[in-house]
Write a protein that binds this ligand. Structure first.
Ligand SMILES: C[S@@+](CC[C@H](N)C(=O)[O-])C[C@H]1O[C@@H](n2cnc3c(N)ncnc32)[C@H](O)[C@@H]1O
Length: 212
């Protein structure tokens, strides 16, 4: 899996100073380097653009890497709402999105995402694209909230669903989140309101189209 991903990244990587700066800022602020891979970021931009999504919800901002990729997909005509547990992370993400030209098109809700999602449901918000990339234990809860908040035909994309390959290969160590992700993938695959597929880019992404 790593060899194939390194190959994809090496062939399809475009030099990108803005995203490189984001990765540097994350390190400089003592945060973990757990942004999406460059290929995953590119796929996010393409999915938002191809689906013509204009109202995107992200769960897990970190330093804004995936946020910039999502915003690039809608360009000057969309809006990103991003949920992040840690206030200082959201501040860094906002500063990085501002440098990338999207500062006025993004709003952050800080604190536990489940609380922010409840608030969004209470205020009858709707979105046409979702990216889930926060604490893995809550993926199924996040998925259910996203379905409630989705317009008909919206896309829900979830990262890290291969758990470093451990969902398919028992010899892979460490087995972090393996059981959560196995169960999550089955839920996504069988969900009556979702049409889904898993793409093995980065740490694996499920892509689901919501039917309401
Ligand atoms: C893998 S990182 C996100 C990376 C980001 N999507 C990117 O690629 O640029 C996960 C983020 O989720 C946040 N997070 C963890 N638990 C959370 C929770 N309960 N509510 C909201 N955010 C949470 C973490 O603080 C961290 O910034």
């Amino acid at each position: 899996m790593k060899q194939i991903n390194d190959y994809i990244d090496s062939i399809f990587y475009n030099q990108d100073n803005i995203l490189e700066e984001v990765l540097i800022s994350i390190k400089e602020n003592g945060m973990r380097s757990i942004s999406v891979s460059s290929s995953t970021g590119k796929l996010l931009s393409m999915l938002v653009s191809i689906s013509r999504a204009k109202n995107v919800l992200e769960i897990g901002a970190l330093g804004g890497y995936s946020g910039i990729c999502l915003a690039r997909g809608f360009g000057s005509k969309g809006k990103l709402t991003s949920l992040e547990l840690v206030e200082s992370y959201a501040k860094l993400a906002h500063s990085n999105l501002t440098k990338a030209g999207f500062g006025d098109q993004v709003s952050y809700m800080t604190g536990p995402a489940l609380q922010s999602l409840e608030q969004l449901v209470s205020s009858n918000k709707e979105f046409d694209f979702f990216f889930i990339d926060a604490d893995k234990e809550n993926y199924e809860n996040y998925l259910n909230y996203c379905i409630r908040l989705a317009e008909n035909g919206a896309l829900i994309v979830c990262d890290n669903v291969l758990a470093h390959g451990s969902v398919a290969d028992e010899s892979v160590e460490p087995k972090r989140h393996t059981e959560f992700m196995k169960k999550f993938n089955e839920t996504v695959a069988k969900h009556p309101q979702l049409e889904s597929i898993l793409i093995p880019i980065g740490d694996g992404l499920t892509i689901s189209k919501v039917q309401k």
